[in-house]
Design a protein around this ligand. Sequence first.
Ligand code: ADP
Ligand code: ZN
Length: 440
Amino acid sequence: MNRPRHPVYWDPEIETLPRERLRALQEQRLRRTLAAAARSPFYRRLFEEAGVAVEAIRGLEDLGRLPLTTKDHLRQGYPFGFLAVSREEAVRLHSSSGTTGRATVVLHSARDLEAWAERMARCMYMTGARSSDVFQNMTGYGMFTGGLGFHYGSERLGMLTVPAGPGNSRRQVQFMQDFGTTVIHAIPSYAFRLLAVLEEMGIDPRRDLDLKTAYLGAEPYSEETRRRVERELGVRVFNSYGLSEMAGPGVAFECPEQNGMHIWEDAFLVEVLDPKTLTPVAEGEEGELVLTTLDREAMPLIRYRTRDLTALLPGPCPCGRTHRRIDRIKGRSDDMFIVKGVNVFPIQVETLLMGMPEVGRDYRIVLDREGDLDVMTVEVEVRREMFQGDVKSLKALREKILAALKSEILFTPRVQLVEPGSLPRTEGKAVRVLDRRRGS
Ligand code: ADP
Ligand code: ZN
């Protein structure tokens, strides 16, 4: 595409649409979406059961009358129950792993895929990526939506796109050197692995590579992790949020302000609800993100419960985009575990650990039961130098971690310091918590 681009915005009109006009657009698209959804076997029944006539839903103020959609519903509608177009019009299927039950699928029409690629291009352009860039996509292709989602967005933007896929880190580094990669996409745990490999290879990315931008997403990570990767890799890191039910990446993305992710409200209707009462929480307060697709044809989803916890950030963003921002995702409601009656999210532990320079790049939380007692052990990889120094400094670090954890989670866990690379690696998203309490 050769039309001249706006220097800052990929889609200047939509990205800076005044809020009243954005609302009007949403209402118009909501009505269209509801009419489409009512054509799918699953929603026809769900709306009927809920006693909702979709024609009666006129504006956003009526939203609360619509039923919520859950992952369980998606399972019940497996595989084609949510299809709102004919089977012939669906051109792509993505399926979830199904580790927590029966698999789910998400279906796309050709137009849906177009819209997704456009949205991804919009996200990356927002961070300064241009057609002169070389983009290396280091996430899985296939059912995982991070691969194909970023891939088509990058091509749409016009970057030279290297579909490297995950793993094989030495080859990744070689690609970066040979092709002059400037932009990468990875999951946070893989970015850490890459750093370890660069260290082994004696390559200083700041000096020896052309990297300037990294997109990290698909799993929760802290601001401390972002800063670390930025410092060690010599890039700016932008947070990328999405879920396969909403196509994949491209739901919300950070702008150059790096202060919350713009959630694209021309494509998604955003609610943040109290997970217990299912009523909206106030702006700035944490709740469960609930999304309605606004421009999806093959498989519209209405008020989908993502289970992801976040908050809407108040106030306009200095970048000029009018779409609201969500805070860094704290995790899914089911990431939370309870030890000694205390609710803990892995991200709380991560935030503390990654803020300590002596700590390495990986950690794991192991939960056991001894007699009637819950025992939480935090295994922490520490920098190699720490094991070469004297025992006193290791002891001091352990004390420091214990004290920090105690003040965060209000009880004292066990802490075990281990050498870099000794914790088990997982393919794909990191498994942070090993719960052995229910005797497996
Ligand atoms: P799965 O459900 O099998 O993990 P997805 O790839 O659809 O498959 O994962 C989407 C989920 O990943 C989101 O619902 C969210 O929990 C998590 N996620 C995605 N991006 C981020 C991010 N930037 N920060 C935190 N969590 C994220
Ligand atoms: Zn912004």
